[in-house]
Design a protein around this ligand. Sequence first.
Ligand code: NAD
Length: 361
Amino acid sequence: MSKKIAILPGDGIGPEIVAEAVKVLNCLQSEFGFEVELNEALVGGAGYDAAGDPLPEATLQLCRDSDAVLLGAVGGPQYEALPREKRPEKGLLGLRSNLELFSNLRPAILYPQLADASTLKPEVVSGLDLMIVRELTGGIYFGQPRGIRTLENGEQQGYNTLVYAEHEIERIAHSAFKIAMKRDKRVCSVDKANVLEVSELWREVMERVAKEYPEVELSHMYVDNASMQLVKEPKQFDVMVTKNMFGDILSDTAAMLTGSIGMLPSASLNAEGFGMYEPIHGSAPDIAGQGVANPLATILSVAMMLRYTLDEVALADRIEVAVGEVLDQGLRTLDIASEGCQQVNCAEMGDAVVAALSVKA
Ligand code: NAD
């Protein structure tokens, strides 16, 4: 049966990079018999420009009616003065909350061909392949009460609440263990159980859920140590699972280990495995419209979509192998350019991936 994918290019370089990912999806259709129906909709600044809303109702409905969502990026300096509820980011947050995308998968993969792009020594990062599973819709970013209040002495006080209910920990634990089952079967749960009661409960629930996955090895690490270990010996990790705020910070550290923001995909999943897939980078207004953006993070987001939502693991593997091949051929967009390699633009990189895929058809 044909799979329905909502295509949300968004702003800045979004339309350029998504166009290359669409070429890949069309190639899967024409050469590998993967039946797919692609429907495009507006989000972010593009939604605001066309409909006065960063998340038009028609876009949300299209996503609800689809099997998966592919998003480019949202945002741009021209929208920064808008009221908060009209800003492009509101479109992204609206999608996450309306679609209940609580599990954010952020892989940090360093292709050996790009080991020089990292600021760390090649032997520390070359071949790195770790997955950070971040809880995305709970924790201190959403906990109530929150605000800034005036104390009796007239001083102002800011406050937020870190809160997790058991069911929220359980579902992110299941998400992490299921992903580990498709990888090296090791989960490291990152918390601050020596200080926070929420983390004590987090640990307890992780241990409980782990019993349902006897093949997976569970370990625990305090977040301060985890941040050190990520930089010292990142290849020790397979899957890391953590709360919203810790994951926000650790996943950016992990991304920078690879040194190439244009290469990293991500996924946000709900309890049924429905997901929104997008590159981790933003709309890159500084290079938008120039055709020089790296489309590989978006193309690799399609691979993640095939692996984690559409259950087409063999096709996901093919895309990842094709990306490795274009890197082997020495093709590089501006952001990953290095001496002795051939610089290509966004469309040429997309075409090269399609060509590498087609050879295998
Ligand atoms: P950014 O990720 O857009 O850009 C950071 C730097 O990386 C820039 O120099 C950019 O040119 C480069 N870069 C990013 N993606 C690239 C690619 N595919 N190929 C080559 N180079 C690439 O981050 P920023 O500059 O902090 O933010 C720009 C806008 O994007 C802001 O409006 C921000 O709010 C938004 N943003 C959106 C998302 C999202 O849609 N998920 C995420 C982060 C930032």
